[in-house]
Design a binder for this molecule. Structure first.
Ligand SMILES: Nc1ncnc2c1ncn2[C@@H]1O[C@H](COP(=O)(O)OP(=O)(O)O)[C@@H](O)[C@H]1O
Ligand SMILES: O=C(O)C1=C[C@@H](OP(=O)(O)O)[C@@H](O)[C@H](O)C1
Ligand SMILES: [Mg+2]
Length: 166
């Protein structure tokens, strides 16, 4: 959360002249409520089930950039599907950066805790192993959105070169 999937993803799509989809926005449009409210009202398990069905629809062969919500790739079945059908990018940033960025808005239900930074740290430790299964790993920090887009494009190119050499 706060690493830049939604905002960097949108810019990446623009750079690659591809359509862009954000999983949280899709859920908002489908349910007619802000994603955070859907999460709180229906609970995490139902939210994950919805995300899994959504991702299954999105990997239909049309080339696009998909920004997932932070928990999507942690679900084993969704992760397997994404790794089979897409190029997956793990965007990673130091906890301090995530805490500062997510602290600007209170839209993320999982961070409505007494110590959101500690929560981010704990989630990162639990989820890291799943994220590490992504095809490429891009570290983002204090740099601008554009720098992150550049790094993603470079890493995807390198991934495709490795894949075609294999
Ligand atoms: N590289 C970056 N540089 C500066 N601000 C960023 C960067 N990436 C994201 N942000 C800001 O951090 C906040 C959270 O970004 P967002 O794209 O919503 O993250 P995510 O979808 O991963 O939760 C937004 O205000 C966004 O503009
Ligand atoms: O990590 C998570 O489980 C979540 C991340 C959020 O998306 P962002 O990562 O885009 O903030 C959103 O899907 C929901 O609040 C749950
Ligand atoms: Mg997002």
């Amino acid at each position: 959360m706060g690493v830049g999937k939604s905002t960097v993803g949108r810019r990446l799509a623009r750079r690659l002249a591809l359509p862009f989809v954000d999983s949280d926005s899709e859920i908002e449009d489908a349910v007619g409520l802000p994603a955070g409210e859907v999460f709180e009202r229906y609970g995490e398990q139902d939210y994950r089930d919805g995300e899994r069905r959504l991702v299954a629809r999105l990997v239909d062969g049309q080339v696009r950039v998909i920004a997932t919500g932070g928990g999507v790739f942690v679900d084993p079945r969704t992760r397997a599907l994404l790794n089979e059908r897409t190029i997956t990018v793990w965007l990673d940033a130091p906890i301090d950066v995530l805490a500062e960025r997510t602290g600007r808005r209170d839209t993320r239900p999982l961070l409505k805790t007494p110590d959101p930074k500690e929560t981010l740290q704990r989630l990162a430790e639990i989820e890291r192993q799943a994220y590490a299964e992504a095809h490429v790993h891009v570290r983002s920090g204090d740099g601008a959105h554009k720098d992150v887009v550049d790094a993603i494009v470079r890493e995807i190119d390198a991934h495709l070169a490795r894949r075609s050499a294999a």
